[in-house]
Design a protein around this ligand. Structure first.
Ligand code: NDP
Ligand code: 8X3
Length: 250
């Protein structure tokens, strides 16, 4: 039975991925800050697979390492790391952007991903195998107006995926990125700080991707034979052609 650690499992893509992998027979480690949600998900999944919870803020370097250190023997050998935790904060032109939002995006989406990876990669190297999937974004391929720092954080994820793949080559570790386009999750609620009307508008008038669509792709990627590494996969709703071209009548 393979063990997968999923960051950001309390909601959206991470939660759906945890469910999908759990149902497919992977042992899952659910991570996130909202412990109540992690506990609820654990109780839902426990009849299907072995589940363990780690509640930490990916921004807190010490917490990341000390929490991962507490994993019991059965969960310690992580085969699959899904670096998913992340969000956008704000959608403002650079000249009026909120610096706390900038810090949050760079600290969570970039540095948080690095801390979690740093805590897990040495074990993978020792065991001679592993699979890391970083959740990038179409925003990591193409910048859009007012997306400035979020796009920069996801471009950094793109660079880190390439860098990890090079540095870990020869160590038996597969590294790849999945880059979703518009996906209906709590992403826009967070971006617009709980303004539900603004958040809902993002996904109105077209068929956005759902978290389950991405979870299905993640399961496909991790279940390929060992010699196959899906290095970089971008997926958009059919209505989306680029980060700025969206047919809301599709
Ligand atoms: P959600 O807001 O639904 O989920 C975000 C997850 O990240 C939550 O589980 C949240 O858990 C976790 N998270 C956020 N901040 C922290 C933190 N400081 N420490 C630990 N966990 C944290 O959004 P999505 O599911 O959409 O987002 C998942 C990933 O997908 C992100 O990396 C996002 O950038 C990316 N993405 C999303 C797209 C979209 O259109 N929705 C498209 C492309 C990429 P908690 O708050 O409980 O800690
Ligand atoms: C999330 C997709 O276009 O809202 O990364 O930035 S987008």
């Amino acid at each position: 039975m393979k063990t997968a650690l999923i960051t950001g499992a309390t909601s959206g893509i991470g939660k759906s991925t945890a469910i999908r992998l759990g149902l497919e027979g992977y042992r899952v480690i659910l991570c996130g800050r909202r412990l109540d949600r992690l506990e609820k998900l654990k109780s839902e999944l426990s009849s299907e697979t072995e589940v363990y919870i780690l509640s930490f803020d990916v921004r807190n370097r010490e917490e990341v390492f000390s929490q991962i250190e507490t994993l019991p023997k059965a969960f310690k050998n992580i085969d699959i790391l899904i670096n998913n935790a992340g969000n956008a904060h704000g959608l403002d032109p650079i000249q009026t952007g909120d610096m706390d939002d900038w810090d949050a995006m760079l600290d969570i989406n970039v540095k948080g991903l690095l801390y979690v990876s740093k805590a897990i990669i040495p074990g993978m190297i020792t065991r001679g195998g592993g699979h890391i999937i970083n959740i990038g974004s179409t925003a990591g391929k193409e910048v859009y107006p007012n997306g400035n720092v979020y796009c920069a954080s996801k471009h950094a994820v793109d660079a880190l995926t390439q860098g990890m793949r090079m540095d870990l080559n020869g160590k038996g570790i597969r590294v790849g990125a999945i880059n979703p386009g518009l996906t209906e999750t709590e992403f826009s609620d967070v971006r617009f700080k709980g303004d539900a009307a603004k958040a809902d508008k993002v996904y109105k008038g077209f068929d956005p991707l759902q978290a389950e669509d991405i979870a299905e792709i993640i399961h496909f990627v991790v279940s390929r034979p060992y010699h196959v590494n899906i290095a970089d996969l971008t997926v958009m709703p059919t209505a989306q052609a680029s980060s700025t071209i969206l047919d809301k009548n599709n």
